[in-house]
Design a protein around this ligand. Structure first.
Ligand SMILES: [Zn+2]
Ligand SMILES: [Zn+2]
Length: 276
C-alpha cells in the first residue's frame, strides 16, 4: 500500500503563507511567510518538531511567502529549495542558511516519501513556482500567486487528487477598493493574482477527474469575501456536475489536516454500458 499523503495549511494570505505536507516520516513546508518563531510554534502545536522538516520549498521571494525562510533555516538546520531566481531575489545569504537546493521547473525532487515537482507560473516575481507533491499514487497540487491558469498549470494539475489554489480577489471589490491604481493593475494583470472568476473558470473547464478536494487560499482581506469566493467556486463545480468535490477555504488561521487519497478505480466492467 502506498504511504498516506496529508497536508495542513499553517497560514494563508498576505499576513503569511505556509503549508505543511507529510507522508510517513517525511515532512516539508511549502513557503515560510510567517516569522520563524510563529512558524515553529504552529508546527509544535500540531506535534511537529521544527527540526524534523526535510526542506522548505519556497515558491517565490515575496515576503508573505519567504519572510521567515532564512531565519528558520538557520535556527533549525532545515534546507531551503527553490529556483535560482528566487534565491537571488530573496537575497538568501549562503552562509546564513542551512543550505539551498536549486530546483528546475518540471524536474522532480524526491525527499524520503515525497516527490516534489516545481511548475512554472505567471507571477510578477523572479522565477516563481507552483508545486505538485506526490506520495505513492496520491498527489497534491499547490499554487498561490499566479495571474492566470496557464496551460502548464492545467497539465500539471490534471492528475492531482487535491488542489490548493489561490482565489485572491473579486474584480468589482478590487476596482472599487482602496488600493492605488498601479497596484490594482498589477493584481488584475496576467502576472498578478487569480480572481474568484478565474478559479471558477478553471474548475468548470479544466479540473481533473481525479480531484476530490479543492482548498481556496490566499484570499485578499480587502478585495474579497470568503462567502463570495466559496459561492463562485461551488457554483462552478455544481454546473460541472462535480458535487463530490470537497471545497474548503483557508485564511490566516490555516486548516486542520486534510488527507489526500487516490479514488479507487471502479471494479472491472462497472463503467461499461449496460446492454438491454
Ligand atoms: Zn502572496
Ligand atoms: Zn507574490
Amino acid at each position: 500500500m502506498s504511504p498516506a499523503l496529508r497536508f495542513r495549511v499553517l497560514g494563508s494570505g498576505s499576513a503569511g503563507n505556509a503549508t505543511l505536507v507529510e507522508s510517513d516520516d517525511t515532512r516539508i513546508l511549502i513557503d515560510a511567510g510567517l516569522g520563524p518563531r510563529i512558524l515553529a510554534e504552529r508546527l509544535e502545536s500540531v506535534g511537529v518538531d521544527p527540526g524534523s522538516l526535510a526542506a522548505i520549498f519556497v515558491s517565490h521571494e515575496h515576503s508573505d511567502h519567504a519572510r521567515g525562510a532564512a531565519a528558520f533555516s538557520a535556527k533549525w538546520g532545515v534546507r531551503l529549495a527553490g529556483t535560482r531566481g528566487t534565491y537571488a531575489a530573496a537575497g538568501f545569504g549562503a552562509e546564513e542558511i542551512a543550505g539551498y537546493d536549486v530546483l528546475e521547473a518540471g524536474v522532480p525532487r524526491t525527499l524520503g516519501a515525497l516527490t516534489v515537482t516545481g511548475i512554472r507560473i505567471p507571477h510578477d516575481a523572479a522565477e516563481p513556482l507552483a508545486f505538485v507533491v506526490a506520495a505513492g499514487e496520491a498527489t497534491l497540487g499547490h499554487a498561490t500567486d499566479f495571474g492566470h491558469v496557464s496551460r502548464g498549470v492545467v497539465d500539471a494539475f490534471r492528475a492531482c487528487d487535491a488542489l490548493l489554489m489561490e482565489s485572491n480577489y473579486d474584480p468589482d471589490m478590487l476596482r472599487r477598493g482602496p488600493y492605488p491604481w498601479s497596484l490594482k493593475e498589477r493584481i488584475l494583470g496576467s502576472h498578478g493574482h487569480l480572481s474568484n472568476g478565474d478559479v471558477a473558470r478553471y474548475l468548470g473547464q479544466s479540473l481533473g477527474d481525479a480531484c476530490r478536494t479543492v482548498v481556496l487560499a490566499h484570499l485578499s482581506q480587502k478585495n474579497n469575501h470568503p462567502e463570495l469566493a466559496h459561492l463562485c467556486a461551488s457554483e462552478a463545480l455544481r454546473r460541472r456536475g462535480r458535487t463530490e468535490v470537497r471545497l474548503e477555504l483557508t485564511g490566516a488561521e490555516g486548516t486542520e489536516w486534510i488527507a489526500v487519497s487516490r479514488p479507487k478505480a471502479p471494479p472491472n466492467g462497472s463503467r461499461q454500458l449496460r446492454l438491454w
